[in-house]
Design a protein around this ligand. Structure first.
Ligand SMILES: Cc1ncc(COP(=O)(O)O)c(C=O)c1O
Length: 366
């Protein structure tokens, strides 16, 4: 296998090396505070006896797994704590391929680029399946693409990059397709706290032995550097996933899990609501700027990305570099998210300078 540097790093490096002032709208790193309880728990951790600095249980700290299980209404044995949602996706996708049930993965287009990367890493073959214009699931397209070769279907809701929040009825239909061809469905719900519609429903509510749900605290607690995520697997898949996790990592980071466990219990709904409100305001302000720039754009129902299309300025890497050099705004080229949004550019709204960026874009494209 040939390994490639993710395009994301390429854009970040280019923006860092640029001469002028650049507003960073590339990464999905939240710019707001983590829960206060998380900082407190970290300080407290430093005072604990050194026995607490040793290996945690490989599958994750019991308190954290119990909290996750209670919130997700599942048996604690089904939960494995991972190094971010990224590892949870890797473990879940590996389970799908390990079953000798085919080597194809159906991925929705536009696609979060790590899914095709991981598919190939695991020896599978990615097939992109089109979604509706608004980013919602096209169940017929999934049905048509599915075959005996399909081992895995990956969904992400709320979606990066489209902002779509999938209707649970269509997720159920995809699970039925998976049943018919003996595939597993991995549903990445890392943006579950960023649903602006109030309609998001976890795929765990489907209670299916075909569904693995992955998520994490990187986005919801504004701690992408902590690397704490998890997978909730059907009983039959939980043990093998935990075994792979142990063989790859031994265990996850104990202080990070300790702090997240404390923060999870001590943080009320207001914390998450405030982050959502701040984002909703930013989306309004940024898209108002895009109106002035004469751009087409998607208003996200969830997550924190806006896709915009500027006339005669497709979402290529070359054009993204031009925006960095000539406008002072760094974003991601649509062409890195599969084939469906090649004309578009993705802006991450996790910067207080989003409005300034929109003004710069308006001035440039007006
Ligand atoms: C769809 C999706 N899944 C997973 C991740 C990675 O999350 P984590 O930091 O929890 O590994 C991201 C990060 O941007 C993402 O957008």
């Amino acid at each position: 296998m040939e390994y490639e540097e993710p395009k994301f790093f390429h854009v970040m490096k280019y923006a860092e090396a640029a001469d002028g002032d650049v507003v960073d709208m590339v990464s999905g790193n939240p710019d707001w505070e983590p829960p206060a309880a998380l900082r407190e728990a970290l300080s407290e951790y430093a005072t604990l006896p050194s026995t607490e600095f040793q290996y945690p249980p490989s599958e994750g700290l019991r308190e954290l797994r119990e909290s996750i299980a209670a919130r997700r209404n599942v048996d604690v044995d089904r939960v494995v704590v991972t190094n971010g949602t990224g590892e949870a996706n890797y473990l879940a996708m590996a389970r799908a391929f390990e079953r000798d049930a085919g080597s194809e993965a159906l991925l929705m287009d536009p696609v979060y680029p790590y899914y095709p990367g991981k598919t190939e890493l695991l020896g599978g073959e990615p097939t992109l399946v089109s979604t509706e214009r608004d980013g919602s699931l096209d169940v017929d397209a999934v049905r048509e693409a599915a075959s005996e070769e399909t081992a895995l279907i990956v969904l992400n809701t709320p979606n990066n990059p489209t902002g779509a929040v999938y209707d649970i009825g269509s997720v159920r239909e995809v699970v039925e397709v998976a049943e018919a061809v003996d595939a597993l469905v991995v549903v990445d719900e890392v943006y579950d706290h960023f649903d602006f519609t109030g309609t998001f429903e976890s795929a765990l509510t489907l209670d299916s032995d075909r569904v693995i749900v992955t998520s994490g605290f990187s986005k919801s607690m504004a701690i992408t550097g902590f690397r704490v995520g998890y997978a909730v697997l059907p009983n039959a898949h939980a043990f093998p996933a935990k075994a792979r996790h142990m063989l790859v990592n031994v265990a996850g980071s104990r202080p990070a899990q300790y702090a997240v466990a404390d923060a999870l219990d001590a943080t009320d709904a207001d914390y998450y609501a405030e982050a959502r409100e701040q984002l909703a305001e930013r989306i309004d302000a940024f898209t108002a700027g895009l109106d002035e720039a004469g751009a087409a754009y998607t208003r996200p129902d969830g997550a924190f990305y806006v896709l915009a299309r500027f006339d005669g300025f497709p979402g290529t890497m070359a054009n993204v570099k031009r925006l960095i050099d000539e406008v002072g705004v760094a974003a991601m080229p649509g062409e890195t998210f599969g084939t469906a949004r090649e004309e578009w550019i993705r802006f991450a709204l996790v910067t207080p300078r989003a409005v300034e960026a929109a003004e710069r874009l308006a001035e440039y494209f007006e």
